[in-house]
Design a protein around this ligand. Structure first.
Ligand code: NAD
Length: 299
């Protein structure tokens, strides 16, 4: 039987720890705050952003959603990002996609202050991550790692295949798996014979956004499948990249869609916000004590 890796349960435990840390910071006068910049009226995006905001508030994190509208220009979005960069009360920033056509998401991501870049969107964050310097990894990549850890999967020496090479999911996930001592193969649209690659893996991370891409013939007996894919259907369902009925009994474990990577990703965005607030608070405290140290002694 294929075990289901329960992301919702892991998300609850991350949120409990995050909530405890948030209340300590609030009591010290530094309530964590998240800002989400949105430039669309798209209903599924609005639903997703409302769920992040609700989750944040339930965890004791303030959340401002700044919707600059679907007609926003690059300058409008840049302005909104600069305002939250400069706001000392904001500790985490999400630039929600999709952005209006022609606004240049790549350029706008570079505007996010890396210290507040809690979803690792700025290329500086990815560069620092790959250079093993402190940085926020994209929350989805961290969610993959957290789910594997939660399930007790030892990665050392294992062969992991990541299907997808986007800079928000595939590339950072491949890097984190490598850092955890797995041997990693990255597959993409141009990969020939995907099934032969994935069948050779003990761990498969599917992040292509193609519903049902991974079927029984792609999976070795007992392999662990982390399904990142989420494709929304017109009737409101969410489909993963793994054909779950087809791999049942063959895969050792599988994350469901929904209820796998998604809730853990959201929980980690909140955890990152609290970590950023904590770093901000520690810096303020150090600066204040340094300032006191240079005050002339009283005569
Ligand atoms: P993307 O479109 O930027 O990248 C898709 C990648 O898949 C590309 O590198 C492409 O080369 C590869 N690919 C496409 N078809 C393929 C095929 N037939 N064989 C092998 N590789 C193939 O998408 P993304 O932003 O990386 O997102 C991937 C999926 O993950 C989407 O379904 C997205 O909705 C989902 N996602 C989920 C979460 C979450 O929290 N659960 C977060 C982010 C993204």
């Amino acid at each position: 039987m294929t075990r289901i890796i329960d992301g919702a349960r892991l998300a609850i435990s991350i949120r409990e720890d995050t909530s405890a840390a948030a209340s300590v910071l609030a009591a010290q006068g530094c309530p964590p705050k998240l800002a989400v910049i949105v430039a669309t009226q798209d209903e599924s995006t609005s639903w997703y952003v409302r769920s992040i905001a609700r989750g944040a508030r339930q965890t004791g994190i303030d959340c401002d959603v700044v919707n600059v509208g679907a007609a926003a220009s690059t300058e409008d979005i840049r302005g909104a990002l600069l305002a939250v960069n400069e706001d000392p009360d904001v500790h985490g920033i999400i630039l929600q996609t999709p952005l209006p056509a022609g606004t240049g998401g790549e350029v706008l991501r570079e505007v996010i202050d890396p210290a507040k870049d809690i979803d690792g969107a700025n290329p500086i964050s990815l560069g620092r991550l790959v250079a093993n310097a402190p940085a926020f990894a994209p929350a989805t990549a961290r969610a993959v790692m957290a789910l594997l850890e939660f399930y007790g999967v030892s990665l050392r020496g294992k062969h992991a295949v990541v299907v997808g090479r986007s800079t928000v999911v595939g590339v950072p996930t491949a890097h984190l798996l490598t850092q955890a001592d797995a041997t990693v193969t990255v597959c993409h649209r141009q990969t020939t014979d995907l099934a032969a690659r994935t069948r050779d893996a003990e761990i498969v991370v599917a992040a292509a956004g193609i519903p049902g891409l991974i079927t029984a013939r792609h999976v070795a007996w007992g392999a662990i499948l982390i399904d990142v894919g989420t494709t929304a259907t017109e009737d409101g369902r969410l489909l993963g990249d793994v054909d779950a009925p087809a791999v049942e009994g063959r895969a050792g474990a599988l994350t469901p869609v929904p209820g796998g990577v998604g809730p853990v990703t959201t929980a980690l965005l909140l955890q990152h916000t609290v970590q950023s607030a904590s770093t901000h608070f520690d810096r303020l405290r150090t600066e204040t004590s340094t300032d006191l140290a240079v005050l002339p002694a009283k005569r």
